[in-house]
Design a binder for this molecule. Structure first.
Ligand SMILES: *Cc1c(COP(=O)(O)O)cnc(C)c1O
Length: 251
């Protein structure tokens, strides 16, 4: 399918294949199955035709895009859908996840428009998502709890030690379904530096499963530079942007 000029399109396919094989090798090395690891292509700042191109090439697993900015994401959802409907008769569409910070007052713009919100980090936001579900009579919104696993001052996310109390506070809301945990560890050029944080996330999820009795099936962690390490530590979703789409240019 031609949504982009050829040299760029084939470079995109090559980068995607390279990321897939890195993940497959990492899965194999830790005795895991690729079918249990969702690749979320983080597409913020990249144009709709590039996403349509990648969608039409995507093999194995559900094509999934993660976006960080509400306005950009909603426009792109429409643009990608119309490109695909035109050329593929809309046989299928990508799954969209929201991976950016959500301000409580923007909850109504994301609720029901993304299959999964990776970044629930306050009771106020949970309450606003619930309100949006009720107002529009939507199915329950699936979310992940963002954990500030490095305890960094400037970063969003709940402190790990508050996660259990938080789950107890929101589990009564049937409109908000907590499906697991997400983290962005402190950034380091050295991917190995992420390992202890990913290991801590794996342990936190185990502890929370035992204490809350919830299945918490998902662990969203790992980006371009450290996704293999995340897979070795049990990630069920990895969020890869740059290594698939190339560098981002911010307007
Ligand atoms: C941008 C972003 C990514 C992708 O990062 P890359 O280093 O480009 O792979 C992953 N997760 C979140 C939450 C992001 O904002």
């Amino acid at each position: 399918m031609v949504f982009m000029p050829e040299p760029e399109a084939s470079a995109l396919r090559d980068r995607f294949d390279a990321v897939r094989s890195r993940l497959e090798n990492a899965a194999k090395a830790s005795g895991r199955n690729m079918a249990d690891i969702r690749l979320v292509a983080i597409s913020k700042t990249h144009p709709a035709p590039m996403l349509a191109e990648l969608f039409s090439y995507w093999r194995q697993g559900t094509p999934t895009f993660g976006e960080n900015y509400v306005q950009e994401a909603l426009e792109k959802q429409k643009d990608v859908a119309s490109l695909l409907v035109k050329s593929l008769n809309g046989a299928s569409l990508p799954e969209w996840h929201f991976t950016g910070h959500v301000q409580s007052r923007k909850a109504k713009d994301v609720t029901g428009r993304f299959a999964l919100i990776h970044t629930l980090d306050s009771e106020k936001l949970a309450a606003q998502i619930r309100k949006a579900v009720l107002a529009e009579n939507l199915p329950p919104q699936a979310v992940l709890l963002q954990i500030n696993i490095g305890g960094e001052n400037q970063k969003s996310g709940l402190p790990a030690e508050e996660a259990e109390r938080f789950i107890d506070a929101v589990r009564g809301m049937e409109q908000v379904r907590v499906e697991g945990l997400m983290c962005l560890p402190p950034f380091s050029e050295d991917a190995e530096a992420s390992r202890p944080y990913f290991a801590a996330m794996r342990e936190l999820r185990e502890a929370l499963r035992t204490r809350t009795g919830l299945p918490l099936p998902h662990l969203s962690m790992g980006m371009s530079h450290d996704c293999e390490i995340a897979v070795s530590q049990g990630a069920t979703m990895v969020r890869v942007g740059t290594d698939i789409f190339g560098p981002r240019q911010y307007a």
